[in-house]
Design a protein around this ligand. Structure first.
Ligand code: PMP
Ligand code: GLU
Length: 399
């Protein structure tokens, strides 16, 4: 038989989703494993949002919607962007699709011609590089170290740019690093993008989850020159505990959203209508439950970071947003734990799962194999037990 698509065949499966599936399978087999792999809030979707979804079904919001999403939801998204970020968008600037993941995909589809380069500061979410390859682009990564707070600098960005550079893909605050770019840092990065005529895909899905009283600046809020080249990505998954509803959105110049709209009209058609009804309640109604979940994440982060930094052999920075901790395992490299030489994060995550019964994600796919990622979107009870297990696992291995 003729070969399958070379582009599709070369795609690496998502490690975050694969590990979450492995964890769920182990649990179903009755194994007492604790999971910190998937970046998915452990809270249920708030009741008023669930009821809005049910009402949507009962009131026959069960038909096709416009490919870009219902006008009501797009209006409500404009309201949320104005309230939270001071951004003025019209419904024509908004496109709703099936999760922020799909929004990123269609945004790249609208921007990339074969061979265009997409600059990705790493560590970055595992999906970015694969997705760029899926649309025929070339991912160009710019690594940042822990000492650099895992952040891109304008100098490094400038040095990576050539005639093929087309897009900067920036996630703020970041999965997996938890670091937040300040307004000044964003302005310096955006100035380089304007100078070299780069588009900016600004993935702001974790903007509602910031700690220690920090405030958020959207890339699109940095003036007209920046905004017209910014494709803002957001969604309801993280802030509203709605991962399974699959609703994300894009805010961008109409020149871009109209191309995306055509693409959607021939691919997904539209995102689920009842999920759009639920998402409308999420973004339009008062945001008190978002705040109570954020506070819970902050408490969990504080506990996790303090505990981790008290355990010999590992350490971490204190994340400023999102719900991930990057645990530095450099001190364990070259050591033998439970009969296995630890060469990198993958070795560590394997042994920790098998012998420690804790599931974490090696950051190899994120761009740094000296770290593993813990999600603290897990219950305090699980976080406490997971860190007890880490302590015992390392102590009994003689670390
Ligand atoms: N961007 C980042 C950085 C993420 O971590 C995620 C989590 N899956 C997404 C986008 C996509 O979220 P969703 O598709 O659930 O809206
Ligand atoms: N973004 C989350 C994570 O990084 C969810 C899983 C995924 O889609 O990758 O774990």
């Amino acid at each position: 038989m003729k070969e399958l698509s070379r582009i599709a065949s070369a795609v690496q499966a998502s490690t975050t989703l694969a590990l979450d599936a492995l964890y769920k399978e182990m649990k179903a087999r009755g194994i007492d494993v604790i999971g910190f792999a998937a970046g998915e809030p452990d809270f249920p979707t708030p009741d008023y949002i669930k009821y809005a979804g049910i009402a949507g079904i009962v009131n026959d919001q069960t038909k096709y919607t416009p490919a870009v999403g219902t006008l009501e939801l797009r209006r409500a998204i404009c309201y949320r962007l104005r309230e939270d970020m001071g951004l003025e968008y019209a419904p024509a600037n908004i496109v709703v699709s099936s999760g922020a993941k799909h929004c990123l995909y269609v945004a790249l589809r609208a921007l990339i011609n074969p061979g265009d380069e997409v600059i990705i500061p790493t560590p970055a979410w595992v999906t970015y590089t694969e997705m760029v390859k899926m649309v025929g682009g070339i991912p160009v990564t710019i690594p940042a170290t822990e000492a650099e707070q895992f952040k891109l600098t304008p100098e490094k960005l400038e040095a990576a740019i050539n005639d093929n550079s087309k897009v900067l893909m920036l996630n703020n605050p970041s999965n997996p690093t938890g670091m937040l770019y300040s307004r000044e840092e964003l302005e310096a990065i955006a100035a380089v993008c304007v100078k070299h005529d780069l588009y900016i895909i600004s993935d702001e899905i974790y903007y509602g989850l910031l700690y220690d009283g920090r405030t958020f600046t959207s890339m699109a809020a940095l003036g007209e020159e920046v905004r017209e080249r910014t494709i803002l990505i957001n969604g309801v998954s993280k802030s509203y505990a709605m991962t399974g509803w699959r609703i994300g959105y894009i805010a961008a110049d109409q020149r871009i959203t109209s191309v995306i709209a055509k693409y959607l009209s021939h691919s997904t058609g539209n995102a689920s209508a009842p999920a759009q009804a639920a998402s409308m309640a999420a973004v339009y109604l008062p945001q008190d439950t978002v705040e109570s979940m954020r506070r819970a994440f902050e408490e969990r982060r504080n506990y996790m970071v303090e505990r981790m930094n008290s355990i010999p052999g590992v350490s971490c920075l204190k994340p400023e947003g999102a719900f991930y901790v990057m645990m530095n395992i450099t001190k364990l490299l070259g050591k033998t734990l439970y009969g296995r030489v630890i060469r990198n994060a993958d070795d560590f995550a394997d042994v920790f799962l098998e012998k420690g019964l804790v599931c974490v994600v090696p950051c190899t796919g994120f761009g740094d194999s000296n770290f593993v990622r813990w999600s603290y979107a897990a219950s305090m009870k699980d976080i406490t037990r997971g860190l007890d297990r880490l302590e015992k696992f390392l102590r009994e291995a003689g670390v």
